[in-house]
Write a protein that binds this ligand. Structure first.
Ligand code: UD1
Length: 384
């Protein structure tokens, strides 16, 4: 057996997408029986629909620690996580800390571990929007530069890291763990055929009284979109036009809801007959909704990737993407938040003229396997 008895590996997550990415890694690590996983939930997300439902659906073990940090400014959130995490790391002394994605919990976790000289593995390393106004870009840059193992989901990420002077030997192109979860959930097989002819799939349509391909999905939560009244207003005006042609389902993120109310824009959503606001959905329901949609309008990173694999047209309401492969190879188009362009592109899709993509390299459900193999080798040769 390659592992020494009880090699402690600590996973740190806090926001909704983190757990979707940690899930396949924990599953894979189970095969290595001498790994002792420790799961820390920072509590960055805390609503049932933003956190617990993912643990229930994906059967992720209950976190060993919950730091309960909740919401706050970036500084407060990051600092609270750091303060509460340090004593746990000192007590548990893990051999490796794994952080995923680009949220405040990612940076805070990496920083505390690095300061204690505990090796850090960053899953989804090297993605860059080249826009430092995005909080996520700061988190990505800093996390990568203090990590010891950088696992990249697409080849552009490898190039970014090399250009920033990170040593080649620390970088591993392994594929996309989010897609591992998607394929593991058996909503479809590798040929994109719906496999779980799923009660899930019909349930969500029934629940929302929808017909397959007769609706679009909207998701919105990025600070640059929801914290700026003018931008949010222009998006709403755009949706107002689109919903005249096709029903739009909007599982609304708590941050977006809060901002709509703050800017006195919430009532505007009620005036739109064909816009349906619903609570945030769980993982399987969201996937089932997206898989049967005509298109998805989003500012999420993960949804750009999932729609590429699902073969669903995706219009990204942002100036840029840190996941360029979803545009060069996938079904994604960057449409910014400008009304004319978004309406033009949705009309094209409604006419049947949508972008066809292919599945990027290593988005094959085996990224976690590759990561664990690399870590196993590293442990075997006593590098940590
Ligand atoms: C965070 C991440 C973002 C990620 C997203 C996934 C950062 C900087 N941002 O954004 O990169 O794409 O998670 O969803 O880490 N709130 C609730 N209940 C919750 C969580 C949040 O009501 O369970 C509300 C609070 O009003 C809070 C606001 O949402 O102030 C923002 O939450 P926060 O965790 O700061 O960032 P997200 O917008 O969720």
């Amino acid at each position: 057996m390659a592992f020494k008895p009880k090699t402690k590996i600590m996973y740190i997550g806090g926001a909704r997408p983190n757990f979707i990415k940690i899930f396949p890694l924990m599953e894979e690590a189970r095969k290595w029986e001498r790994i002792k996983p420790i799961l820390v939930h920072t509590g960055q997300h805390y609503d049932f629909e933003m956190s617990k439902i993912f643990f229930e659906e994906l059967k992720i073990p209950k976190p060993d620690y919950n730091l309960g940090v909740g919401s706050g400014s970036h500084t407060i959130q990051t600092a609270k996580i750091m303060e509460r995490l340090e004593p746990i790391l000192l007590k548990e002394k893990p051999k490796l800390v794994i952080v995923v994605g680009d949220v405040n919990s990612t940076l805070a976790g990496a920083l505390v571990a690095a300061k204690l000289h505990i090796p850090v593995a960053h899953i989804e390393a090297g993605l860059r929007s080249f826009d430092k106004r995005m909080p996520e870009e700061i988190n990505r840059l800093l996390t990568d530069h203090i990590s010891d193992y950088l696992f990249a989901s697409e080849s552009s990420a490898v190039q970014n890291l090399l250009k920033e002077g990170i040593e080649r030997k620390k970088i591993f192109f392994v594929g996309n763990v989010m897609i591992d979860t998607l394929l593991k959930s058996k909503v479809l097989d590798a040929k994109r055929t719906p496999r779980r002819v799923a009660s899930q799939k019909s349930k969500i349509l029934e629940k929302l009284r929808l017909k397959k391909k007769e609706y679009g999905v909207l998701t919105l939560h990025r600070s640059e979109n929801v914290d700026n009244r003018n931008v949010l207003k222009e998006i709403l005006e755009t949706i107002e036009e689109i919903q005249k042609k096709i029903k739009i389902i909007w599982p609304i993120h708590p941050r977006a809801k809060k901002q709509l109310k703050k800017f006195n824009l919430f009532d505007k959503t009620r005036e739109m007959e064909n816009l349906v606001l619903i609570k945030p959905l769980g993982y399987l329901e969201m996937l089932s909704l997206n898989i049967q949609a005509k298109f998805v309008l989003t500012d999420s990173g993960g949804i750009q990737e999932e729609t590429t694999v699902l073969g669903i047209p995706c219009l990204t309401l942002r100036e840029n993407t840190e996941r360029p492969i979803t545009v060069t190879e996938g079904t994604n188009l960057i449409v910014r938040t400008k009304k004319r362009r978004i309406i033009l592109e949705t009309s094209k899709i409604l006419r049947g003229d949508s972008k066809k993509g292919r599945i990027p390299r290593y988005w094959d459900g085996k990224a976690s396997q590759r990561i664990l193999k690399i870590l196993n080798r590293t442990i075997k040769y006593g590098r940590f």
